[in-house]
Design a protein around this ligand. Sequence first.
Ligand code: SF4
Ligand code: SF4
Length: 182
Amino acid sequence: MAEKKKKTVKVIKIDADKCNGCRACEAVCSAFHATPKYSSTNPARSRIRVVCEPLKNIYLPVYAGEYTPAECSGRDKYVIDGKQYSECDFCRASCPSRDLFKEPDSGLPLKCDMCEDDPDLEEPLCVQVCLSDALVYEEREEEVEEQESPEELEIGLEELAKKYGKQKILDAVSRIYGNREN
Ligand code: SF4
Ligand code: SF4
């Protein structure tokens, strides 16, 4: 059985009730990811977007998550505290249904990287600039299964060689990787 090891999981908690729609988080995120860094701001390049509907008092920060090549076939509506949110408001995906979370020039999907930098930032920048405390950064430890070590790989290969014979394993490897190189 694979061994478990500790991993630090980074989380940003969103309190939509505290968001006032100032969009400072969008500005700083786009500046951090500009090339060169901090050379420009453009919310369309931000990895966080704020759904703003002032007449309904809706301000909802949403982080860019995974890319998906397919649209949903069904949509949901959410009513929370009497406010009705539209179907895609809570969705984090970069998907074909909408322009959100797509790099405006190339159309490539955007995804929050928690402001990866070297050295690490103390807190992600969107959290730092949110003066309303709508965004709160947390780290927690989780146990995950450790990747196979090289020793385990060798034991696995030995077992396969015993079962199928060394030549068959070598033939399979050269077939797979030989095909890839062609
Ligand atoms: S910086 Fe904070 S208050 Fe301003 S839009 Fe972003 S989440 Fe909302
Ligand atoms: S954590 Fe960093 S990369 Fe992610 S949305 Fe906030 S500013 Fe952008």
